[in-house]
Structures are given as C-alpha cells and as structure tokens.
Design a protein around this ligand. Structure first.
Ligand code: PBG
Length: 345
C-alpha cells in the first residue's frame, strides 16, 4: 500500500475543531510584527481624508503625535513617517531643512513614542521635488531629464543626517539609487550615529499599486520610475539587490509591494541574513477597501488573510495601513467558542 493511499492518514483530523486548528497553526499575527505608515502634511490645522485610501489621513503635527501614541498603545513595532511639504523644488530642499515637515514630525513622533516603538522615516526625495522623482535630474544623452544617481546620493546623505539629528531610529531608504545604503551608512557612522539603523527597500518594483499613495503625498510625478525601480517581470534580480544592500550594511531589507510579489518575498526570506520586511502598499489597501465597501468581500477576513499570507511567505515585519486596526482585533478578548453545531463532526 502506497503511503499516499493509506486511509489512516487523514489531514482533516487536525482541522476538526478550533482548538485542534490552533494547536497546529504555523504562522500567527502579532502587533509586534506590524508597522504603521503615517502621513503628515505641513501647515494643516485639521487632518484631511485621502479619497483613494478610505480611513487613512494626512495628519497635522498634533494628530500625528496622537496617532503615534495610539500605535504604541496598540503594541505596534513601529511607525513609518512620510512628509507632505507645501513647497517643492528641483532638489527637494524641504527634505534636508531641519524645520522641514518630515524632520519636525520625526522629532514629534520620537517624543510621543517615548521609546515604546521604533520611529522610522521615509528617506526619498519624491515628496519634496517639484518634478516628483526620487532624485535630482540631469540632462540625459538626448537632452531629456534623467535621475542622476550619484548627485542624488549626496542629497540622501544630507537627508539621512537631518533625519538622524531629528531623532529617527531607523531610516527607510526607498529611492532605489545604486549604492544608497553604503552612502548613508558611511555618513551616519562618520557623524557618530552608529545606532541609527537602515532599512533598505532592496527589492522595490516600479508598481502601479503605488497609485493611491501618490494622492496621499500629492505627488507631482512626471513620467515614471522605471529607470530606478525594478521591472515587475524580474525575480532573480531581487536577490542581487538584497545582496548589495546587505553588503553595504543594511540592517533590514524590504520587498515592496507585498501580495503581488510573494514569490520574491519567499526567495528573499529564504536567503537574507538580516530581518525581512514587506510593504503592503496603498493599492493593495485600496483594492480590499473598495471591494469591501461594495459588499463584495468580507473586509476583516480579507485584511487578516492578506497580512497572514505576507507573514507566511516569510516577512518578519509587515508595513500595513491596517496595522493599528488589526492589532486591535488581535488583542481583543477571544470570541466565544463556536456552537457545537458548527464544529465538524
Ligand atoms: C517613495 C515611496 C513610495 C511609496 C513608499 N515610499 C512611492 C513610490 O515609490 O512611488 C509607496 C507606498 C504605498 O504605495 O503605499 N517615497
């Protein structure tokens, strides 16, 4: 008798009751594995709703502090801050201004967190440049503007120092410039910021799923990011990007987006010597919210299953706009046991 035909082997046995399923569950969600991205806009007096991300706000400095306190109360691992400036220019001056919105918000968040969670900051120029690119532009061979890698690194270094001085615990390098991790790590160390950690968006794809985020930060992007973010067709290349970031001193590497890239995430998780994060991005959020709003999907179960799938594929940390709400569900008192009639015979 072949073992595959052995009727003594019955996988359903381990699915027969809620208690039995709990005994053998492989992956669990925990607030300590979740990071909440937050937007803060310069000059706001009231928080503003983001139309394409229902439930997500552009915060004022005061409401951001409150959101950070709530994130800490919920037991989240951290917050990731994005700034929306009022004025933009070609080199993204607001990003390196100590009084720029992101830098003042970092200091606000660090104070509000009181050491209870990790304050992370997005390190990229796209929110601060008038052309919306993640770096500074230079004329290309045919006179068309291209993003200048090495000139951009100089801006990232200054931005990293401004964020470190503001008290950020971890810098999220999301620009996809070559050598950005080494440039920022060296600058931090030379300035004595040895304990400021670097999360490298190692495998960041040129994805349509960032669409709602661009509303959230009022992006002015002209063109696309395909000359620096990765081609969605490429899986092997993610390994190369991760290896480079790890060699350059990345403390954490990230895969982004998450759900459409679980194969990449699983590859990275299997080989990375450093912790792996995944970013469930704005478009992933918007799809589930829109389907739920139409009554086409069970919102809570879709959120739980999507984040669970990202953890199962190997992410140690998940950045998700649902982090606080999900943490609330996870820590709520357990639901009463299912009535006997619902338990499988
Ligand atoms: C760059 C950045 C982006 C996102 C996070 N960091 C936008 C982009 O690369 O175009 C997208 C996050 C999301 O869609 O939720 N600052």
């Amino acid at each position: 008798m072949s073992p595959t035909h052995d009727r003594r082997i019955r996988p359903r046995r381990l699915r027969s009751t809620p208690a039995m399923r709990r005994l053998v569950t492989e992956v669990r969600l925990h607030p300590g594995d979740l990071v909440l991205p937050l937007f803060v806009k310069e000059g706001l007096t009231e928080p503003v709703a983001i139309a394409s991300m229902p439930g997500v706000l552009q915060h004022t400095r005061a409401s951001l502090r409150e959101a950070v306190r709530e994130a800490a109360d919920a037991g989240l691992a951290g917050v990731m801050l994005f700034g929306v400036p009022l004025v933009r220019d070609a080199v993204g001056s607001g990003a390196t201004d100590p009084d720029g919105i992101l830098n003042v918000a970092i200091a606000d968040a660090v104070e509000a967190a009181g050491g209870r969670l990790v304050v992370m900051a997005d390190l990229c120029l796209d929110e601060f440049t008038d052309h919306g690119h993640c770096g500074v532009l230079t004329p290309g061979p045919g006179g068309e503007p291209v993003v200048d890698n090495d000139a951009t690194l100089e801006r990232y270094v200054d931005m990293a120092l401004a964020q470190a001085r503001a008290g950020a615990h971890l810098l999220g390098l999301s620009g996809m410039m070559d050598d950005q991790t080494a440039a920022v790590r060296d600058a931090l160390d030379d300035a004595g910021f040895h304990d400021v950690a670097v999360l490298a968006y190692a495998a960041k794809y040129a994805s349509v799923f960032y669409g709602p985020f661009r509303d959230a930060v009022e992006s002015t992007l002209q063109g696309d990011r395909k000359s620096y973010q990765m081609d969605p067709a490429n899986r092997r290349e993610a390994g190369r990007e991760v290896a480079l970031d790890v060699a350059q001193g990345a403390d954490v590497v990230m895969v982004k987006p998450a759900l459409p890239y679980l194969d990449v995430l699983a590859d990275v998780a299997a080989t990375s010597p450093v912790p792996v994060a995944a970013y469930q991005v704005s478009g992933e959020y918007a799809m589930i919210e829109a389907a739920a709003a139409n009554g086409w999907i069970d919102r809570r179960r879709a959120i739980e299953e999507s984040v669970l799938a990202i953890r199962r594929a190997g992410a140690d940390l998940v950045l998700t706009y649902w982090a606080a709400e999900l943490a609330g569900w996870l820590t709520a008192p357990a639901a009463p046991a299912a009535p006997a009639a619902l338990v499988a015979p």
